[in-house]
Design a protein around this ligand. Structure first.
Ligand SMILES: *Cc1c(COP(=O)(O)O)cnc(C)c1O
Length: 361
């Protein structure tokens, strides 16, 4: 068996130890004679799985007790509608910073339900930076302020959070959740599709402050109301059972093998640092993002020559470094180095890039 190093932006790699454990438990989960995929979500075995997943997430992230953790479906994209339906309910107004495609989609969806106001945008330079925010441009009466913390496509990340005072900050953390410690108490809502850093596709995690639950717009479908899921422990209907189980294994790995988010951050800094150091010294490749806003998770880079880019992506693939092609709107390459990418995978990629440069300069 030969496994590749997968640099995909998502779905992405899972820790090999998690996959092995899932394989071991596939046919018979802890002596109950069936797979997690087959069992009732109301069974005591499954109750144990979903409550461990929640408890581990609370522990690993340090989630305060006045926040609910919801395990939902529909992807982060469904949150683009759920957030306004549940939160845009007092002054029917919210602020947005446009730092890429996902942030823009969240803004456009919210604009269907109320007054969506753009505070700042980095579209003028293809989202290669995080714009400076001028608090005098913030709406004092906004029901929430939305940011996309790590911009998966463009490879930028907020180094400091906007100071929104009493206006709840809402963060799309799909591509940076669990990559380093995050102060949950600074947010009203955090949401993430699982398929980048938490587990397989099909699960969306929402962390929501309790006082923001229960005021959804009248038109809100039952399934899109946070209260429905909060009141039923994410079991109003059948949850994405197997994805939650894998997420539980990932969280167990983060806690017990890695040693928590501070340790994870050190490893992620090391991995991203190796790639950025190489890009900064390379004569063939260069990063596309302004250095101060560089993401630890998603690293876009180019040669400046589309034929050379294509040659590199093909040569890398042949060596077992897959999914390095950049997003169609940026071109070039993108290396996504989420938690599960081993340090060794990055070392080997950098060695390969060094060799590719030597042969092609
Ligand atoms: C991947 C991604 C999304 C979309 O997630 P889905 O689960 O496919 O809906 C939204 N926001 C960010 C930041 C992402 O990385």
């Amino acid at each position: 068996m030969k496994r590749v190093y997968n640099f995909s932006a998502g779905p992405s790699m899972l820790p090999e130890a998690v996959l092995r454990r899932a394989a071991d438990e596939m046919l018979d989960y802890k002596g109950c004679g069936q797979s997690v995929m087959e069992m009732s979500h109301r069974s005591s075995e499954y109750e144990g799985i979903i409550s461990s997943a929640e408890n581990l997430l609370r522990e690993v992230m340090g989630i305060p007790c006045n926040y609910k953790v919801l395990f939902l479906q529909g992807g982060a994209a469904t949150q683009f509608a759920m957030v306004p339906m549940n939160l845009m309910n007092k002054n029917h107004k919210a602020d947005f910073v446009l730092t890429g495609q996902w942030a823009t989609k969240a803004y456009k969806e919210a604009a269907r339900y109320g007054d969506a106001h753009v505070v700042a945008s980095s579209k003028d330079k293809t989202f290669t930076y995080i714009p400076e925010l001028d608090p005098s441009q913030f709406s004092k009466d906004a029901d929430y302020f939305h940011i996309c913390l790590n911009n998966t496509i463009y490879g930028t990340v907020y180094q400091k959070l906007p100071q929104t005072g009493n206006v709840p900050l809402v963060g799309d953390v799909s591509s940076c959740i669990l990559s380093k410690p995050l102060d949950v108490s600074k947010f009203g809502v955090l949401y993430a599709g699982a398929q980048k850093n938490m587990g397989p596709a099909g699960l969306t995690t929402v962390i929501v402050r309790e006082d923001l639950i229960g005021n959804a717009m009248d038109i809100t479908p039952t399934m899109l109301n946070y209260k429905t899921h909060a009141d039923h422990g994410s079991m109003y209907n059948t949850p994405p059972c197997y994805s939650i189980y894998i997420c539980m294994l990932v969280l167990d790995w983060l806690k017990n093998t890695i040693g928590g988010l501070s340790e994870m951050e050190k490893i992620n800094r090391k991995k991203a640092g190796m790639i950025y150091d190489f890009l900064d010294s390379s004569k063939l490749f260069r990063g596309t993002v302004v250095p101060k806003d560089r993401s630890l998770m998603n690293i876009p880079f180019v040669t400046g020559n589309t034929e050379m880019d294509a040659k590199f992506v093909a040569a890398a693939k042949a060596e077992g470094f897959v999914n390095l092609k950049g997003h169609r709107t940026v071109g070039g390459m993108r290396a996504s180095v989420y938690n599960a990418m081993p340090v060794e995978g990055v070392e080997k990629l950098v060695a390969f890039m060094t060799e590719f440069e030597r042969k092609n300069m």
